[in-house]
Design a protein around this ligand. Structure first.
Ligand code: F6P
Length: 326
């Protein structure tokens, strides 16, 4: 394989706070090591549409504290087709890009895996998603900031819930994973977390809340992971209200607010470490791996493992919400 001279960076899928810190770290580590860098706008969509710009050290000045992504992001239908990927490859060749760093979630890493296999291109992935649903890494870039946004919102909801002695169902994101709901519940002192990884009976949940109110709790907050199959917080609230009409229940859907905002120090640090590690991985000859962090250490996770959906929810965390809600 020819030596790498020019590295392209793109962000793809849902944006996540800390993506800019990652772009900065990748760019500056690459330049420090003598590579040229190109920024690909709008993820794979921009790779297909040939939206590629030169990147220098100053292209990434003053962005570590900004949410979103200066490279913009998109979900590309065209890149899912062999013709789209052919065009993307031709554009890379025309710009002299011989390796890629892809920052994104499940869909983005899956796309990287297919593209790398098809064209034998060195690609390194960075886990950029608020969902924390990628395998082989304890954390993803953006997850900590989103958790903090959830905690801030639930603290505010608790004020009004307590004043009115109400029950709130708060829907949080997470795609098909319950990490945001579960750890958001622990961090905000919520009474329960409803997550896709665990079945919850409406009467069990109702009994738990009822018991709390009887014991003189004057509010209850249930964090619900988004889940179109179950109807999310709205669907759950309807079912609970039907069986327990005595509850004065309200629903709040936090939505895309969870994707915005200045990244926390933790997200800036993991994005910086992972960004540096991506370039080091390419220099070591690593290909088709995602950078992860396990027990504080950088690890290389093969793409198939990263997107295998085998990461499990910690049983102890589920128990903790229950124990602390009595
Ligand atoms: O993957 C990040 C995420 O925010 C998920 O939590 C959510 O299900 C999805 O993206 C929402 O996507 P969109 O921004 O396209 O509505």
């Amino acid at each position: 394989m020819a030596a790498i001279k020019c590295i392209g960076i793109l962000t793809s899928g849902g944006d996540a706070p800390g993506m800019n810190a990652a772009i900065r770290a990748v760019t500056r580590t690459a330049i420090y090591n003598g590579y040229t860098v190109k920024g690909v706008m709008r993820g794979y969509k921009g790779l297909v549409a040939n939206e590629i710009v030169d990147f220098g050290s100053q292209s990434v000045s003053n962005i570590i504290q900004q949410g979103g992504t200066i490279l913009k992001t998109a979900r590309s239908e065209e890149f899912k087709t062999p013709e789209g990927r052919r065009t993307a490859y031709d554009n890379m060749q025309a710009h002299g890009i011989d390796a890629l760093v892809v920052i994104g979630g499940d869909g983005s890493i899956t796309g990287a895996c297919i593209f790398a296999d098809e064209y034998n291109i060195p690609i390194v992935g960075l886990p950029g998603t608020i969902d924390n649903d990628l395998g082989g890494t304890d954390a993803t870039i953006g997850y900590d900031t989103a958790l903090n946004t959830i905690v801030e919102a639930v603290d505010k909801l608790r004020d009004t819930a307590t004043s009115h002695e109400r029950l709130f169902f708060v829907e949080v994101m997470g795609h098909t994973a319950g990490y945001l709901a579960l750890n958001g519940a622990i961090a905000s002192g919520a009474e329960a977390a409803i997550i896709p990884e665990m079945e919850t009976e409406v009467d069990q949940l109702g009994a738990l809340i009822d018991q709390g109110f009887r014991k003189s709790k004057n509010s209850a907050i249930v964090l619900v992971a988004e889940n179109p199959a179950s109807g999310g917080a709205m669907g759950l609230a309807e079912r609970v209200k039907k069986e327990f009409p005595q509850f004065d229940a309200r629903v709040t859907i936090l939505g895309h607010i969870q994707r915005g905002g200045s990244p926390t120090a933790i997200d800036r640090i993991i994005a910086s470490r992972m960004g540096e590690a991506a370039i080091e991985a390419l220099m070591e000859g690593q290909r088709n791996v995602m950078i992860g962090i396990q027990n504080g250490q950088i690890v290389y996770v093969p793409f198939p493992k990263a997107v295998s959906h085998t990461k499990t929810i910690d049983r102890a965390s589920i128990d903790l919400v229950r124990i602390l809600s009595i």
